[in-house]
Every structure is written in structure tokens, then in C-alpha cells.
Write a protein that binds this ligand. Structure first.
Ligand code: GTP
Ligand code: SPV
Ligand code: MN
Length: 582
């Protein structure tokens, strides 16, 4: 128990509300981990995997009604609806507290309340933040232990300050009708009830590190973004860092862990983070980023030794698999894993599955929770309190048409416009229809803790505080041809796009001016060693179809109309310039 009286009195208040039988203060130790794992196995929450194939690994099944983030149950509770803005669900704090307290009252009877102290970010960083999550889910405790720096280290960082994030999570009866994920930015508080899954309940992640942090960032002059951070090392040893925002299940983890193809002998990609970046201008006028997390909560399907070998190495031990398939001999499986499917296994719901089954064995949003220290290519800078200097910001979406493979913004304001107008096909990472294009500005639509118009303004304002702002790029790995085939091989081959991007940052390579921005000419882009992909294919994946772009601009307007009264005029001017160029 910490000596911090703000912590102890808040915990006492929450214990009186939830009425658990027991309170357990987590210390984050190895010994505690073992005890809690044993307990979780006894309770049937976790199944140990075969220790020779998967040392220290477990399998978990969530409630089948609870397999992804639920945006319709997610609220920003600010005093006025305007502060939350038209793209967020809003509730007045007083009514939200009333509803939630009624649900939580006595909600932990017969259960244990775990107190999880956690630190987001490297110790000693001015950007790092402390949170305390109270939960009655042992699964949450064991996942938070991987995803954050959990335990005594958080109390040490907090000292006697009171500016920690207060998080309360109650499983209740995991009923979608009583599921709420509510954020109170003014109180630095999160209350989540009725879910046990991922982004809804690992409160350090989307709730604190994005929704609450974006609100704090606006107030204090920094950015909390849904971005991976990676370092590119050239054969000469030059290190260049970039951050990239792609919507959920659109390739951040894969890009952050990419292994360059043979052609790029001597080049290395180092992972700093795979999902979230906290960034602020440094004293030298550059933008610096830290990864607030300590682990990866990654999409399992499609992960294999060819698409993402570093992820396979990372998850080989001390990993929790959620909603994958499970075999009788303690092995896990998912669609797109190496090798043939098992002749027989239990699917994500625990039902018998064979390759003849029509349903998928693993849920499309099945995930692994793995410590970042397992990543063979973890950047040493991940512990650096001042963060890494960012040379390029990249915005990407999942678009079968219209968007080229890569282009570079003309300037900062144009780059903000590219981010603000991003569209992407929806994925299984959130409940609802999959494959529909929606606007997802900066990949932050579900995660921005305040008014989206104010958020664009914050991005524009930040420019004035950077002497050397990162260049801004747009990418799309997912463009398809007439037969539905991907026009770009993706994964490791994305190194070729990254190479052009960093060469642009260092002023080493040319480009062509197009209506959308600067675009690589064939002579600017390394195609060597690619089979079946030459200048003609590059041309195809870079092609700008004016008819498609007229429709695109109209579709972009839908979001702009929704937030019109808050939209910075710079965005309207950029739209006019784009139309004129087209
Ligand atoms: P969240 O954890 O939800 O934020 O997702 P993410 O952005 O980290 O996405 P992730 O890297 O896990 O990839 C999601 C899906 O996209 C996986 O099924 C990948 O196999 C697939 N994917 C990733 N990169 C590429 C690519 O370059 N090309 C293609 N075609 N698919 C990709
Ligand atoms: C995402 O949906 O962007 C994720 C998974 O990274 S979750 O933690 O569930 O939000
Ligand atoms: Mn994510």
C-alpha cells in the first residue's frame, strides 16, 4: 500500500461503493505473477499452453458477446456537449456518475478488488503518467502487468502527488445492455463496466493513453496519438525515427516490427512502439516521441513467420492469447498462422472445429498480449526519458481504391489536412460492420477525448513551436486491382516506401508534384529485387483517378459538415486548393 493519502482515500471510497470481499494491492513482482496465474488457471480464466512449445503462455476466451471495443458504449463526459464534440458520444458528468455508481454499487460482492498501480512511459520522463486501475478481473491484472510498467515503480513515480488517473473497472455480468466505458477528462477519471475485453478494460491503453491523454495534451501543449514509432538504421549506422497513424487493425504492429527484404542488406528496423505515441516539441525544435506502453496487444490472425517474424519471436513466451483457437495438446492456432490448420481443435468459442468447419477457428479480432522486451528488435531508446526525435509522420488507411501507395504533403498544414481527411475501411477491432469506408481523422476517431475541430486546431498550432517539424506523408498498403488482389505486396516490402520517406526527410531523393502531394518517380523508388513489380506496377498503385477523387472530396465533406462550426478554416482552404489542383 502506498503512503499517498489521495490514493488510499479514493480506493477506500471505491471499496465502499463496490463492496468486494477482499482488496488485493498488486506489487508487480514475479512471485505475485506466479500466484495470480495459478489462481486464474484454477478459476478457469486461463488455460496454460504446452510449456515446451509456449513457455509461460496462456489461452483465454472472452465472453462471446464481448470481443472488441464498443464505440457505441464509449462516452466522453465533459461539462458541455461541445467539449466532447460531434464525433463523440457525450453524457453530462453528473448523470454519467449517477448511472455508473448505481451499476457499480455492490457490484463486486463475493469478489476481489485488485488495485493496479501502473506507469505509462519510461520512468523519469516528463511525459510519463501514473494511473491506478481498480478491477475485479484477474485477466485484466495479468494483461495490465504486460502492457504497462506495473507495481511499485508507479508509486515511486507518483510520490505524494495527486495527479494520477483514477480508473474503475467492474465486470458485472458482462451484459452488453449494461456496458459503459466513460471518460471524465476534467477529473482524470475512467469508469468501465460490463466488459472484460481489451481496449474497453485495459484502462491504461485507449482510455488513458489516448482519450484522457489527448485532452491533457491539448491543455498542456503535447500530442497523444494512435501511432507506432520505429527507428530505421541504415548500413552506415544513421538512425531516423518515424511515427505512423493507421486505424485499428490496419498494420501498425506489422510496420513497427518489419524486417526489410534481402535487397536492403544492412538496414534494420527497431521498434519503439506499436500503437500509441506521446509527443512534444523538444528544446532543439524537433518533435520528440515516447511509447507509453510496455507490451503489445496485437492482432493474431495473419501473424506468421513470413508476415511478421519479430512478432512470432515476441509471442513465443510469457504471452496471453485471447480468442484464438486451442488444440488438445496445448497449442494455439489462428487463420493465417504458419503451417496447415490443426486436424481438430476448439474454436474461439470453445466449440469443436475442423478444417471443414464454415466458421473461423480464431475470432478475427483475437489478440496476443506480449511483453515488448521479448521483441528481438526492440529499440534501446524505448527507455529514453526524452523520447526519440521524429523525422516523419505517416498517415495510412485501408483503402481498396482511390488512395495511392504513398505521397508527401506540401507542408505542415497540408499534412494536417491529409490526416484530417483520412478514410479507412472498418475492421473487426470494433464491433459493427466490417469493410465500410468511414472518415477516421489521424486514426483517432474512436480515441480523441475532445472536440475533433479543436483537435485539428491543436495540430495546426503545434507547428509554431517546432523549428524543425517532421515531414508528413500518406500511405495505403491496401489498394486492390479489378480481381480484388492487392496491388502492393506490403509487409517487409513496405521498407521500400519507408526508404523513400526517410530519403525525402534527409533531402536525398526527388519526387513529382501531383494534385495530392509529392509522389515518387520510378527513378526515386527502389524496385530492385522485386518479382513481378516494376515501373508499370508502381504507376498503377500510384495512379490518381480524377473521377474517384471528385467522389472522395465529397465523401470527405461529410465529416467536415458534421464538425463545421469547429473546423479550422485552414482545412476549408486546403480543400479548395485540392479541388483546384484536381
Ligand atoms: P490495432 O492493434 O488494432 O491497432 O492494429 P494494427 O494497426 O497494429 O494492425 P496489425 O499490424 O495488427 O495488422 C492488422 C491486419 O492487417 C493483420 O491481419 C495484418 O496481417 C494485416 N496487414 C498488416 N500490414 C499489412 C500490409 O502491409 N499489407 C497487407 N495486405 N496486410 C497487412
Ligand atoms: C485497437 O483497436 O486500436 C487496438 C485494440 O489496439 S484495443 O486495445 O482493443 O483497442
Ligand atoms: Mn490500436
Amino acid at each position: 500500500m502506498p503512503e499517498n493519502s489521495t490514493v488510499t482515500s479514493w480506493v477506500k471510497e471505491m471499496v465502499e461503493l463496490c463492496q468486494p470481499d477482499q482488496v488485493f494491492w498488486c506489487d508487480g513482482s514475479e512471485e505475485e505473477k506466479k500466484t495470480l496465474e495459478r489462481l486464474a488457471v484454477e478459476k478457469g480464466l486461463l488455460t496454460p499452453l504446452n510449456p515446451s512449445r509456449w513457455p509461460g503462455c496462456f489461452h483465454h476466451r472472452s465472453n462471446p458477446n464481448d470481443v472488441a471495443r464498443v464505440e457505441q458504449c464509449t462516452y466522453i463526459c465533459t461539462e458541455t456537449e461541445e467539449e466532447a464534440g460531434p464525433t463523440n458520444n457525450w453524457m453530462a458528468p453528473a448523470s454519467a456518475y449517477r448511472i455508473l455508481k448505481n451499476l457499480a454499487r455492490g457490484g463486486m460482492k463475493g469478489r476481489t478488488l485488485y488495485v493496479i498501480p501502473y506507469l505509462m512511459g519510461p520512468p523519469g520522463s516528463p511525459l510519463s503518467r501514473v494511473g491506478v486501475e481498480l478491477t475485479d478481473s484477474l485477466y485484466v491484472v495479468l494483461n495490465m502487468r504486460i502492457m504497462t510498467r506495473m507495481g511499485a515503480i508507479a508509486w515511486e513515480e507518483l510520490g505524494d502527488r495527486s495527479d494520477f488517473n483514477r480508473g474503475l473497472h467492474c465486470l458485472l455480468d458482462v451484459d452488453p445492455a449494461r456496458r459503459y466505458i466513460c471518460h471524465f477528462p476534467q477529473d482524470n477519471t475512467i469508469i468501465s463496466v460490463g466488459s472484460g475485453y481489451g481496449g474497453n478494460v485495459l484502462l491504461g491503453k485507449k482510455c488513458l493513453a489516448l482519450r484522457i491523454a489527448s485532452w491533457l495534451g491539448r491543455k498542456e501543449g503535447w500530442l497523444a496519438e494512435h501511432m507506432l514509432i520505429l527507428g530505421v538504421e541504415s548500413p552506415e549506422g544513421e538512425r531516423t525515427f518515424v511515427a505512423a497513424a493507421f486505424p485499428s487493425a490496419c498494420g501498425k504492429t506489422n510496420f513497427a516490427m518489419m524486417i526489410p527484404p534481402d535487397r536492403f542488406k544492412g538496414w534494420k528496423i527497431w521498434t519503439v512502439g506499436d500503437d500509441i505515441a506521446w509527443m512534444q516539441p523538444g528544446p532543439d525544435g524537433r518533435l520528440y516521441a515516447i511509447n507509453p506502453e510496455n507490451g503489445y496487444f496485437g492482432v493474431a490472425p495473419g501473424t506468421n513467420g513470413k508476415s511478421n517474424p519479430n512478432a512470432m519471436a515476441t509471442i513465443a513466451r510469457d504471452t496471453i492469447f485471447t480468442n484464438t483457437a486451442l488444440t488438445a495438446d496445448g497449442d494455439v492456432w489462428w487463420e493465417g498462422m504458419d503451417g496447415p490448420p490443426p486436424a481438430e481443435c476448439l474454436d474461439w468459442k470453445g466449440e469443436r472445429w475442423t478444417p471443414a468447419s464454415k466458421e473461423k477457428a480464431a475470432h478475427p479480432n483475437s489478440r496476443f498480449t506480449a511483453p515488448m522486451r521479448n521483441n528481438p528488435m526492440l529499440a534501446s531508446e524505448v527507455e529514453c526519458a526524452s523520447g526519440v526525435p521524429i523525422s516523419a509522420l505517416i498517415f495510412g488507411g485501408r483503402r481498396a481504391t482511390t488512395l495511392p501507395l504513398v505521397c508527401e504533403a506540401f507542408n505542415w498544414v497540408h499534412g494536417v489536412y491529409l490526416g484530417a481527411t483520412m478514410g479507412s475501411e472498418t475492421t473487426a477491432a470494433a464491433t459493427g460492420a466490417v469493410g465500410q469506408v468511414r472518415r477516421d481523422p489521424m486514426a483517432m476517431l474512436p480515441f480523441c477525448g475532445y472536440n475533433m475541430g479543436g483537435y485539428f486546431r491543436h495540430w495546426l498550432n503545434l507547428r509554431k513551436r517546432m523549428k524543425f517539424p517532421p515531414r508528413i506523408f500518406q500511405v495505403n498498403w491496401f489498394r486492390k486491382g479489378a480481381e480484388g488482389e492487392y496491388l502492393w505486396p506490403g509487409f517487409g516490402e513496405n521498407m521500400r516506401v519507408l526508404r523513400w520517406i526517410i530519403d525525402r526527410c534527409h533531402g536525398r531523393v526527388g519526387a513529382n508534384e501531383t494534385p495530392l502531394g509529392w509522389s515518387p518517380r520510378p527513378q526515386d523508388f527502389d524496385l530492385e529485387g522485386m518479382t513481378g513489380f516494376g515501373p508499370a506496377e508502381l504507376e498503377r498503385v500510384q495512379n490518381i483517378n480524377i473521377e474517384e477523387w471528385r467522389r472522395e472530396v465529397i465523401s470527405q465533406d461529410e465529416l467536415f459538415m458534421r464538425i463545421y462550426s469547429f473546423l479550422p478554416k485552414e482545412m476549408i482552404f486546403q480543400r479548395e486548393l485540392l479541388v483546384a489542383r484536381l
